[in-house]
Design a protein around this ligand. Structure first.
Ligand code: ZN
Length: 413
C-alpha cells in the first residue's frame, strides 16, 4: 500500500467515525426533546414531570456538548497525525542525549501527559459549568487541581516502567515481540485490577468500612446466601466530587471489595440497597468479570499481532504524518488512531454489556427482590437525571445499560 492511499483510508474512516457519532447524537437530541413534555406511561406513578424535564434538559445539555466534542476530537487527532504533532514531539526528544529506549519512553509519557492537558479545558467545562448547572457538581477547585496532579504522578510512576518494558521487548524479542508484549500487558492489567482498590482508589477517595448495624447484617446475609466472600464492604465519599450515586465491585481474587457511594446510601432504603448489591453480585456469579478479562485479552492479542505487522510497513508511518519511523512512533500512532478503525465494534460490546445487565438483574430478582431493585433503579434514574426516553438507536449503539423502560419491563414481567 502507498502512504497516500493509507492517508485517504484514514480520512475516510475518521469522516465516517465522526459522521455516525454526530448523526446518532442528533437523533438522540431530537428524540429526548420531543419526549420532554410527558412522563412515559410506565413511570407516571413514580416520577413527576419536573424530574422528567430536568432529566431531559440535562441529557440535551450533555448531548450538545458531545456534538462539540466530536469535532474537537477529530481536530486533535488530525493535529497529532497528519498535522505533524507526533513528528514534532519526536524531533524534540531526538535532540536529547538519552538512549533510544529512554527517548521512546519520554516521548510516550509526554504524549500522554499532553493528551490529558489538552482535555483539561473540556473537563473544567463539564465539571464546573454543566454539572454545576444541574446541581450535581461537588468538586472544589482544590480537589480538581489535586486530582490532576495525582493523575500525572501516577502516569509517571506506573507508566515509566511499563512503557520502558514494552519498548525494550519490541526492540529485543525478534519478530514475535508482540506475544511478549501481550503477556506483559495482560499481566499488568490483572495486577492493576488487583492493586486498584487497595493502592490507587484510596488516593482519590476515603474508604470507610460500613458500620455494624442492620444494613451490614442484611448485606452479610445476602453474601452468605450467594456464597460470596470479599475483603470488606466500604462506603466512599463520592459526594466529594459529584451528587451522582453508584455502587460497584472492585478487585480481583481475595482482594475484592464492595463499594457504595455515600450518595447512594443516603438515598436508598435498606431493602433497595440489598437489591442493588444483589445485582452487583450477579455480575460476579454469572462470571461477567472473567468473561470481560478474557475478551479483552483476545482483543489486545489481535491488536498487537496487527501492530506486529504494521510496524514493518513504511506507509503506516508516512500515511499518518510521521516521517521518521520508530518503535515509539508506531505505538503512539496505533494507540491514537486505533479507535477510528475499531469504532464499528462498539455496538457489539454495548450489546454484550446490556446482556450482562439483564443477567445480573435476573440474578438479583432470584436472590433478593425484583420489586426493590425496580424501586431502586427508578430512584437512581431520577436522582442522576438519566433520561427515561433515549433514542433507541443511540442507546443500542452507545449504552452499556439497557434503557430504563426495557430494563424494568424485564424485571417486572
Ligand atoms: Zn450492572
Amino acid at each position: 500500500m502507498s502512504a497516500s492511499i493509507f492517508t485517504t483510508l484514514f480520512l475516510v474512516a475518521l469522516g465516517l467515525y465522526s459522521a455516525v457519532q454526530l448523526w446518532l447524537a442528533n437523533r438522540h437530541y431530537r428524540y429526548v426533546a420531543s419526549h420532554r413534555s410527558e412522563v412515559p406511561e410506565a413511570f407516571i406513578d413514580q416520577i413527576d414531570i419536573e424530574a422528567h424535564q430536568k432529566a431531559a434538559d440535562y441529557t440535551l445539555a450533555k448531548t450538545s456538548l458531545e456534538r462539540i466534542e466530536i469535532f474537537i476530537g477529530a481536530g486533535i487527532l488530525l493535529a497529532w497525525t497528519l498535522g505533524g504533532g507526533l513528528q514534532w514531539l519526536d524531533s524534540v526528544w531526538a535532540t536529547s542525549e538519552l538512549s533510544t529506549l529512554w527517548i521512546g519512553t519520554g516521548f510516550l509519557l509526554s504524549l500522554f501527559a499532553l493528551l490529558s492537558l489538552i482535555d483539561i479545558p473540556m473537563s473544567i467545562y463539564r465539571t464546573f459549568v454543566l454539572e454545576e448547572k444541574f446541581g450535581f457538581n461537588r468538586t472544589t477547585v482544590k480537589t480538581f487541581i489535586t486530582d490532576q496532579i495525582k493523575q500525572l504522578f501516577l502516569l509517571i510512576l506506573i507508566g515509566t516502567p511499563l512503557i520502558a518494558a514494552v519498548l525494550w521487548l519490541m526492540g529485543n524479542m525478534g519478530e514475535l515481540w508482540w506475544l511478549w508484549v501481550w503477556a506483559v500487558w495482560t499481566g499488568f492489567g490483572l495486577l492493576m485490577m488487583w492493586a486498584y482498590p487497595t493502592f490507587i482508589a484510596p488516593l482519590f477517595n476515603k474508604f470507610k468500612p460500613l458500620e455494624d448495624g442492620s444494613l451490614k447484617q442484611r448485606i452479610q446475609d445476602l453474601m452468605t446466601r450467594c456464597g460470596f466472600t470479599s475483603n470488606g464492604i466500604f462506603i466512599i465519599d463520592g459526594s466529594k466530587r459529584s451528587g451522582h450515586g453508584n455502587a460497584y465491585f472492585t478487585g480481583l481474587g481475595q482482594n475484592k471489595r464492595i463499594v457504595f457511594f455515600d450518595t447512594l446510601i443516603e438515598s436508598l432504603s435498606t431493602d433497595e440497597i440489598e437489591a442493588v448489591l444483589a445485582h452487583e453480585l450477579g455480575h460476579f456469579k454469572r462470571k461477567h468479570i472473567t468473561k470481560r478479562i478474557f475478551s479483552m485479552a483476545i482483543f489486545s492479542l489481535t491488536g498487537l499481532a496487527i501492530l506486529g505487522w504494521l510496524i514493518t510497513q513504511e506507509w503506516f508511518y508516512a500515511g499518518l504524518g510521521v516521517t521518521t519511523p520508530s518503535l515509539h512512533a508506531a505505538l503512539a500512532l496505533f494507540l491514537i488512531a486505533l479507535p477510528v478503525f475499531t469504532f464499528f465494534l462498539h455496538p457489539l460490546t454495548s450489546w454484550f454489556s446490556r446482556k450482562h445487565e439483564f443477567e445480573a438483574d435476573a440474578y438479583a430478582a432470584e436472590v433478593s427482590s425484583a420489586e426493590y431493585l425496580t424501586k431502586a433503579l427508578v430512584k437512581l434514574y431520577e436522582e442522576n437525571a438519566n433520561t427515561l426516553t433515549p433514542d433507541p438507536l443511540y442507546s443500542a449503539f452507545h449504552d452499556s445499560h439497557p434503557p430504563a423502560a426495557v430494563r424494568i419491563a424485564h424485571l417486572t414481567r
